[in-house]
Structures are given as C-alpha cells and as structure tokens.
Write a protein that binds this ligand. Sequence first.
Ligand code: ATP
Ligand code: MG
Length: 396
Amino acid sequence: MRYQSFLVKYAEIAIKGKNRHIFEDALIRNIRSALKPVDGIFHVFKEMGRLYIKMDEPYDYDGALEALQRVFGIAYICPVVAVDSLEFPVIADHVADYMRAVYPEQEASGRSFKVFARRASKQYPMDSMEIASELGGVILEACPHLHVDVHHPEISLTVELRQQAYIYSENIPGPGGMPVGTNGSAMLLLSGGIDSPVAGYMIAKRGVRIDAVYFHAPPYTSERAKQKVVDLARQVAKYSGPIRLHVVNFTDIQLAIYEKCPHDELTIIMRRYMMRIAEQFAGKDGAQGLITGESIGQVASQTIQSLVCTNAVCRLPVFRPLIGFDKQEIVAVSEKIGTYETSILPYEDCCTIFVAKHPVTKPSLKRIEHSEKKLADVIDQLYQEALDSAETIEIG
Ligand code: ATP
Ligand code: MG
C-alpha cells in the first residue's frame, strides 16, 4: 500500500490549553526541518486541530518515517488514505480497497477488526455509530476472511470525516516528549562517554533546545577523541535539532590543577572549572541551565558529597536527568538513540588522563575551596584564555 498522507498525533502538547498553537507551530517547524533531507516534497499543515503531512510522489517512505520517529512531540504517526469526497459510498469504496490491500487474505486470515468512526461536523447525515456499523458491513463483504470483535479487535480501523475523509489503522509510535524550542535552552557538558549524550537527548525530549561544550586536552587527548564528540553531537542533533558545540582547550587549566592541588581532589576541582566555563557559554548562548550525565554514586566524583562540591560553583540550575539511572538503563537508551557504538570507541578522555589513583569520595566543600586558592595567581588568565581560544562548531 502506497500512502500519500500521514496523520501526526501529538503527545502531551494536546493538553496545553491556550498555548496549544505555540506547541503546534513548533512541532510543524521541527517536522519540516526533519523532513528536509528526505527525498520527496512534504506539505505539513494543520486541519481542524489535527496535523497532517501530504506527500508528492515520488518520496522516500522509510526515510520519512525514520525522520518523523525522531521528532519530539509526536506520539503516533499514522499512514492514512485521504479521500477528497465525504459522500458515504465513495468513502465505503476506499475503505474496502484499503482493507483488501493492507489485510489481504493470505496475511490476515482469521483476524478480527472494529471500525471507529469520527465526524467533525454534526451536520453529517449519519452519526458515528451508523458510519461504523455500515462500514463494518462493507468490510465483511470485501474481506470475508476477517471478522468483527468489538471488545478486543486485532485491527482498529479509524475513519475520520473532516474536510476530507481519512482512513487509517496503523499507529506507529513516535518518540513522545515535547517539541524542541518550546521550553527554553540549556548547555550540555558533552564528553565522549555513554552518559552525557543520553542526558542531552532526555532534556531535549522535554522541548529544550540544547547547545554543548566539550573540554579537551591536546596533546594528551587526540583529534580522534574530539571527532568522536562531534559525531556524538551529530547523532543527538538528529533528535534535538541544531547544536552549537563549543570545544574548549582545557590543557593548561588541568596542568595547573595537577601541579598545585592535592591529587585526590583533581577530578572535583576540574569538574568545578568545567561547570564555571560551561556557565559562561550558557550566558553567551542565552541558555538557562546546564546539563550533565551524572548519576549518583557512579564514580567517586558523583557521590552526593562530590555533587555538592561541583554544584556549589553554579548559579544556573543543573539538570541531571540520569541521576537515578543504573548504567544498564543508560546503556539501553544510548543503544536506542544510536550513540552507544560511538561512545564505546576507546579514545582517551581528558578526565581519565589526569585522574588520581585514590580520589576522594567524600570531599568537603571547605577543603576543596581551600585547595582551589592555590591556583589564585594563574587561574584568571588561564580561564580567560580557555574562553577566548574556544572553537565553535555548528552541528546539524
Ligand atoms: P560520560 O558518559 O558523560 O562521560 P562518565 O561516567 O564518564 O559519563 P564523568 O567522566 O564522571 O562521567 O563526567 C560526569 C559528567 O561531566 C559527564 O556526564 C559530562 O556531562 C561532564 N563531563 C565530563 N568530562 C567532560 C568533558 N571532557 N567535556 C565536557 N563534559 C564533560
Ligand atoms: Mg566521561
């Protein structure tokens, strides 16, 4: 069966009351840009509170579906047959053709169905019950290999009479969430690991636009490690839309910390500088929060006490969507969104090079602040240099 239209059912955005049009418009924009790289011409429009996409032939069905399954805010994608006429016999003919084509005897023999009818105009000469039962009869005649089950149908055929008649029975799940751009923006601290791309995905799923910052330490970290982060950002951007990635040279700050601060506190102090710098970029990009891939207790720098120390330097809220996730749960999401394969490539990370053998697991904020004072004579300049020399890469 070749479809010329999709009905797009949206997720939670349907309940947003007066703001509904803001959400719908953002969703339409995001659908249009997701479909841009797909072969074909796609018309995205609203009709009587529903969102449709009409396709001109030829177009890439699988490509379109794949793109739509990454647009947050979409609950279901229904390939529909749109019928120009609202005349009942015309609709009935299309319904019979549809059922014969989609559920042929050799594939669907013995399956049960139920017809759900909806009409937008109460002026229509038949009510929903009549439409459904008449069409049920039409289907039984066209497809004697099917039978009706009103309680537990295997096939739910929906016929909606609006400006046109729409016929569909497939509900292909979308990613859910809210359209990106409807909930402000945040700055993701993106490393080359498994966690932070997942964290970015999860916050973007709530409608938040994301930008990212990556800290590298050349020559201790390689060009390939940086490329890996660019690749991860590109994969996340397939869901979140464009990401501005700031690549910060962190080498001199790390060397200074390594030279002057107690080694068991290296990671925490480093993390605090990452947060401070990320906040600077958030300010420049107009981001209203920071995002990290931290999860309680995963490593020494993510115990509650460590998180308290890291958090203490931030003025913006820090979103940690993985905070209560086990590694396995995080891995499952990263496999689903296609970042896992890249994340496990074995390139060195700036944090793993300067790690202590025995990092503190219960750092005290007072002591950390005291240790940081040892950087006083160099840090302002190094900090400024790191900001000034950052490279910005537009992704997606
Ligand atoms: P990840 O998969 O995010 O690397 P991880 O378990 O390796 O997870 P850590 O290295 O402890 O986590 O880092 C915690 C968080 O700090 C990361 O999730 C990320 O948000 C941020 N972070 C760590 N290293 C970097 C880096 N080099 N650049 C940017 N952000 C980083
Ligand atoms: Mg990491």
